[in-house]
Design a protein around this ligand. Structure first.
Ligand code: CA
Length: 241
């Protein structure tokens, strides 16, 4: 399982659809049932937005003005993957199979019945939530590079046994990075909040403090890498015990 966080309240759905009327209809149907919905008109806009704020699910129209919807589905899986529902006018079995093979979770052919769309969306999200791995709560010590980190005590232990204390904010951030190593994590994912103000620099400050404590050169960090426009990535094998 992916970026979908079962503990967070209202699932966020992105809709890419070049026909404004249809986009509005989809969003109003979903909002009526309590989902948060954002309508984007092109594939590029959707992919850019999905890098900023990880959606729980994307509804993708295949016939888009700037790129093929299949390519959108493929690129969504490369980023921080989310659930995908293809909604299209093409009722071709080849498209259906290709879409599902690319990782789409479901496929609906237009014209569609809004209530059916909502039901399918719900069923996909339920499936994802069931698949969510339980947080390994008992595993609180992470080993990576030459370090060990005790996430309960908020202590970082160097190879020579010396200990450094982290603030709870720093420890929270390091835990989030260590739980999902080698994945780009957005600021929202790292802070556990939605729609973080892009001018809020508090996360960058915490990251630089963490780098200092980990002896990670801020000019050329080896552990906590900055992925411009996307977030941060913890570049190391991590094992939890
Ligand atoms: Ca279209």
């Amino acid at each position: 399982m992916h970026s979908l966080k079962p503990e967070t309240g209202t699932p966020k759905i992105f809709v890419v659809e070049d026909e404004p009327e249809i986009g509005r209809l989809i969003c109003s149907s979903l909002e009526e049932y309590g989902f948060r919905c954002e309508h984007l008109a092109t594939g590029r806009q959707l992919l850019a937005r999905a890098r900023q704020v990880a959606p729980d699910l994307c509804i993708v129209d295949l016939g888009l003005p700037d790129m093929d919807g299949m390519q959108v589905v493929r690129e969504l899986q490369d980023g921080s993957p989310c659930a995908v529902l293809i909604l299209t006018g093409r009722n071709d079995v080849t498209d259906r199979v290709l879409g599902l093979e690319l990782g789409a979770d479901d496929y609906i052919v237009k014209p569609f019945e809004p209530r059916e769309l909502v039901a399918r969306v719900r069923s996909i999200l339920r499936r994802y939530q069931r698949a969510a791995p339980a947080e390994p709560a008992e595993r609180s010590i992470a080993s990576f590079a030459s370090w060990r980190f005790d996430s309960n005590q908020h202590t970082l232990i160097a190879a020579d046994g010396s200990e450094t204390s982290l603030s709870s904010a720093e420890a929270g951030l390091l835990t989030a990075l260590l739980r999902r190593p080698n994945k780009i994590l957005s600021r929202e994912q790292l802070l556990g909040e939605r729609d973080v103000d892009p001018f809020d620099r508090s996360i960058d400050v915490r990251i630089s403090r963490l780098r200092r404590k980990l002896d990670d050169d801020p000019q050329n960090p080896k552990l906590i890498k900055t992925v411009y426009g996307a977030g941060y990535l913890f570049s190391c094998q991590v094992s939890w015990e």
